[in-house]
Ligand binder design. Structure first.
Ligand code: BES
Ligand code: MG
Ligand code: ZN
Length: 506
């Protein structure tokens, strides 16, 4: 666990990190640095060895009594810097340092940064960026040298006056809690599917309840799932030797008569496609098909650690989608928990099926709102790439708030459409709805038709009246897959945790 401190006189520091704006330079905080160092940085700037351009970075060894190594990182132009960019830049600096095996680091926070993003937010996001950057999934590395060293100490340096120390402290504490939830979600996602089964996921949810007495977790078995009539969830898991689970995590942080917000997360622990088997290349990374579940668990962990005064329920339908003699088939007609019938066209469109039963179950809570998170469609990934996730909802208020809050912490959402034409495309000849469909062609508009399928289960099946306000997030960006980035290592990135936290705590 990293120890964070403020303006601490450290005896032995591996490296001092100084973020600098291209158009502000040193002026602003030079008075905080020791004289030798300030002179040195001024010289580097004057010689144009380092100009503060966005994402530029330079290591220097210097002849100072206090610091031996300095890492200058460029923030670009002051007015252009977003929180997303800032977090990437800080994350990159810490990840580089950690790779060099430095684990005691100082970071300068200039006044201009503190003013631009506000003290608490800046410090919170700084800690989140550092903790995300330095997280590594290396449990399966057997050589000691291949393991990543853990960050030990971070000291924040700045011209902080007394009035802001409280904000600095809360920023650190909350940033640490938030990053804890993000890395928890990433960790669940990174665990290989031999281990990460629905039962394993359920045990993680039970663990949360053990650690916090305000959390209640209930795990439904296949027999109970069947009894509830969740025919879609049950069918999806039937080809797997691992038992299907329905996981319920409740947090009552305020009066029980206040309606809860319900989060539903897709928990497919491996998606082979089932009998509609994925081609080999497309099956890679499908252990990440439970990242919706991971993110909602991460979010509720954070919200309970922050002790927010809200009622929140997490629902996770969890199964493994495998081919086998007992698998569900294309042409099957399934019955969901609300009695609606579903014609199966493709067993690889399984996420929407398990979510359908989750969305039906949510009705029990008469929820204030329901938000589902799912790695639902390749189409959403094709549309938005890995930097944004799609959001689908008939609720303008929810979407505006989500997009704004997402932007404020650097998780970007982009609204994609629902509507009559997409719902129309999901009508079946033989059942109430079918599980695939496109607009103007089988492959067109399929992120939206998938969302329209979900929408069907948020409404009364007779009248079409909506049961509750609902939004769906298609986590196109929830993985970085095998590549990784300068500010984050390969694997799951925990997208969704932060935006859900900000949304539900405000
Ligand atoms: N898990 C996938 C979606 C996915 C693909 C997420 C790639 C992340 C990266 C989902 O279950 C799926 O297979 N969807 C199909 C639906 C199709 C059969 C209608 C898809 O997107 O191709
Ligand atoms: Mg089974
Ligand atoms: Zn699938």
């Amino acid at each position: 666990m990293t120890k964070y401190s403020i303006n601490k006189e450290n005896k032995k520091i591996d490296c001092l990190i100084i973020p600098i704006f291209e158009d502000v330079g040193l002026d602003n905080f030079s008075k905080n640095l020791d004289k030798d160092l300030a002179k040195f940085v001024a010289k580097v700037f004057a010689n144009k060895d380092f100009e503060g351009k966005k994402k530029q970075s330079s290591f220097f060894y210097i002849d100072s009594t206090k610091y031996e190594r300095v890492l200058l990182v460029g923030l670009g132009k002051e007015k252009d810097l977003s929180i997303k960019n800032y977090k990437e830049i800080i994350g990159t600096a810490f990840l580089i340092s950690q790779n060099k095996k430095y684990n005691k680091l100082n970071l300068v926070l200039s006044n201009i940064l503190l003013k631009k993003f506000e003290v608490k937010r800046l410090v919170q996001e700084t800690v989140v960026a550092i903790e995300i950057a330095t997280y590594a999934y290396d449990e399966f590395k057997t050589k000691k040298d291949d393991k990543i060293i853990r960050l030990e100490e971070v000291n924040l340096l700045g011209d902080f006056d007394k009035t802001i120390t409280k904000n600095l402290q809360t920023g650190i504490e909350e940033g640490f809690i938030i990053a804890g939830g993000v890395n928890f979600a990433r960790h669940l996602g990174n665990i290989p599917p031999t281990i990460m089964t629905p039962t394993y996921l359920a045990n993680e949810a039970l663990q949360l309840a053990k650690a916090n007495k305000n959390i209640k977790t209930k795990v439904l078995s296949e027999a109970e799932i069947e009894k509830l009539g969740m025919g879609c969830l049950l069918a999806v898991g039937r080809g797997s030797k691992h038992e299907t689970k329905f996981i319920i995590v409740e947090y009552w942080g305020t009066d029980k008569d206040k309606k809860p917000s319900v989060l539903v997360g897709k928990g497919i622990t491996f998606d082979s496609g089932g009998l509609s088997l994925k081609p080999g290349d497309y099956m890679i990374d499908m252990k990440f098909d439970m990242l919706g579940a991971a993110s909602v668990l991460g979010a509720i962990k954070v919200l309970t650690d922050l002790k927010v005064k809200k009622n929140i329920v997490v629902l996770i339908p969890s199964a493994e989608n495998m081919p086998g003699g007992d698998s569900y088939r294309p042409d099957d007609i399934l019955t969901a928990m609300n009695g609606a019938t579903v014609e199966i066209k493709n067993t690889d469109a399984e996420g929407r099926l398990i979510l359908a039963d989750g969305l039906c179950y949510a009705t029990k809570y008469e929820p204030k709102e329901v938000i589902d998170l799912a790695t639902l469609t390749g189409a959403c990934m094709s549309a938005l790439g890995l930097e944004k996730s799609g959001i689908f909802t008939p609720e303008d208020k929810i979407v505006e708030k989500m997009i704004d809050l997402g932007e404020a912490i650097g998780e970007n959402l982009w609204r994609l459409p629902l509507g009559e034409e997409y719902s129309e495309a999901m009508k079946s000849e033989v059942a109430d709805i079918k599980n695939t469909g496109g607009v103007g062609g089988e492959r067109y508009g399929t992120a939206s038709t998938a969302a329209a399928f979900l929408q069907f289960f948020t409404q009364d099946k007779e009248t079409g009246e909506k049961n509750y306000p609902w939004a769906h997030i298609d986590l196109a960006s929830a993985i970085y897959g095998s590549k990784g980035k300068a500010h984050i290592r390969a694997g799951a990135n925990g997208f969704g945790v932060q935006v859900l936290v900000e949304y539900l705590r405000s």
